[in-house]
Design a binder for this molecule. Structure first.
Ligand code: IMP
Length: 216
């Protein structure tokens, strides 16, 4: 039996997929999204401590791939990691990979810094980006991406969601992300789109992971 594959009574193999996060909310969200598939999702909290992984990549993809592949090698199990953020054209791509800690550590500090940097700027084009990486225990990695185009508003609007949602206006729905319900946001968001790509290939991904785990 290879690592990451558990056998139930009927000898049918069930793949374990570890999410490279200690955030239980994120684990529950992914469990729900992958509920129709034959996979056991676990969070990092279910394992002992592993060496910290520095998110020092220049792109979302570099960070997601680094997190997924190093965690997979450390645990000897298949791992999924994601990285996401906001890219603003007039700010040379900022906040970008530093989205989570751009103006401090809270959403409010980040939003206020973005509003300040955008003062007097006409071109308010921006996009959210999400990259999901899935790694086999040997570090081989598949990547899925989702992007969502929008416009930075000049004041905070709406109270749903998190992060930069109150400043991100989505023209097709004529609302900011913070004015959408979770379901409405998931249908169009960068994360929703990356997840749709992943879900559409997930059965193939499970076969790929099983081959990698048994052969290596
Ligand atoms: P991550 O958890 O390292 O992917 O960091 C993502 C950061 O980007 C978050 O802390 C938010 O500031 C921002 N971000 C990513 N996705 C969203 C979103 O859907 N809405 C608002 N902000 C987001």
């Amino acid at each position: 039996m290879g690592f990451g594959v558990t056998y139930s009574g009927d000898k049918k193999a069930r793949t374990t997929l570890v999410l490279a996060t200690t955030n239980n909310g994120k684990v529950e969200e992914f469990k729900l999204l992958l509920t129709d598939f034959d996979v056991e999702i676990k969070g990092l909290r279910e394992f002992g401590p592993i060496p910290a992984i520095k998110e020092d990549g220049k792109t979302f993809e570099e960070n997601a791939v680094k997190k997924a592949s190093l965690t997979a090698k450390a645990l000897g199990l298949p791992v999924l990691a994601d990285d996401s953020g906001l890219v603003v054209k007039a700010l040379d791509g900022r906040p970008g990979v530093r989205s989570a800690r751009y103006g401090g550590s809270s959403d409010r500090e980040n939003n206020l810094k973005l509003l300040k940097e955008m003062e007097g700027i006409q071109d308010r084009e921006a996009y959210f980006m999400c990259v999901i990486a899935i790694s086999a225990p040997n570090g081989s990695t598949l990547v899925y991406q989702g992007k969502c185009d929008g416009v930075i508003t000049d004041e905070l609007t709406g109270s749903n969601g998190f992060g930069y949602d109150p400043l991100f206006y989505y023209p097709p729905l004529k609302k900011t992300f913070a004015q959408l319900t979770t379901e409405e946001k998931n249908r169009v968001s960068h994360r929703g789109r990356a997840m749709a790509g992943l879900r559409s290939e997930f059965n193939k991904i499970l076969v790929w992971l099983k081959q990698k785990t048994t052969l290596d």
